[in-house]
Design a binder for this molecule. Structure first.
Ligand SMILES: [Ca+2]
Ligand SMILES: [Ca+2]
Length: 218
């Protein structure tokens, strides 16, 4: 029976193969903590894990990808991404960057090659009354995808609106899959307000610029 580490490594490697642009690591990321460990003995189910605090964010989901294409995997969670760096002693460090704080209560996110050009993007959205007492609880729902675009001054995130101010939010999970088997990726989201499918109709079309909002990048 494969060990827990072996199982998780297989899952991450499979995810890496699907996304095509990052290599999975035997590192488990849950919210903003990183757990690493090594089996004590071959065949043993007893695995000592060590917790490394990356940040104290509030989102339940996290994705691992090389956001800035420097060869080191970064973490995206909530409205932030966490850049992986090394200090002078060679220790791994994380630098927090805001992607977009114009809306709140992002709980679920997915990284996928939505455009089909080998350049994966971030798909996320607001969860309906994720926390009724928190900032933005009564603001409109929305589902968005973000791309990271180089500019003369560095780069910026561009927010594309998939849906806004209807009953559709991102709930606790964003599924990106070619559900109608026509060769492009579609989006399925569910939550307290229902279950919705967004069929991808952008094949062969220019990205609708009217839906693009530039977000200052870092
Ligand atoms: Ca990186
Ligand atoms: Ca499709």
């Amino acid at each position: 029976m494969p060990s827990f580490i072996s199982k998780m490594t297989q899952i991450l490697l499979r995810a890496g193969a699907v996304l095509g642009f990052f290599r999975a690591l035997p590192v488990l990321v849950s919210c903003l903590f990183c757990f690493t460990g090594r089996a004590r003995a071959q065949g043993s189910e007893e695995i000592p894990f060590h917790k490394h605090t990356i940040g104290l964010g509030q989102s339940e989901a996290a994705e691992v990808a090389d956001v800035n294409r420097d060869g080191k995997l970064d973490i995206t969670s909530g409205e932030n991404w966490y850049e992986q760096k090394k200090d002078a002693q060679g220790n791994r460090t994380w630098v927090k960057h805001v992607i977009d704080n114009a809306w709140s209560q992002a709980h679920a996110l997915t990284i996928a090659d939505l455009k089909g050009d080998g350049d994966p993007v971030l798909v996320t959205g607001k969860r309906y009354y994720a926390h009724e007492h928190d900032k933005g609880a009564n603001e409109p729902l929305g589902v968005y995808w973000y791309e990271r675009v180089r500019t003369a001054g560095g780069f910026e995130w561009r927010r594309h609106i998939i849906d806004y101010s209807t009953r559709t939010g991102a709930g606790m999970q964003v599924c990106v899959v070619d559900i109608d088997n026509d060769g492009d990726l579609d989006i399925v989201v569910g939550g307290k307000t229902g279950l919705y499918l967004f069929e991808n109709l952008t094949k062969g079309r220019q990205v609708p610029l009217t839906d693009v909002i530039a977000v200052p990048g870092n």
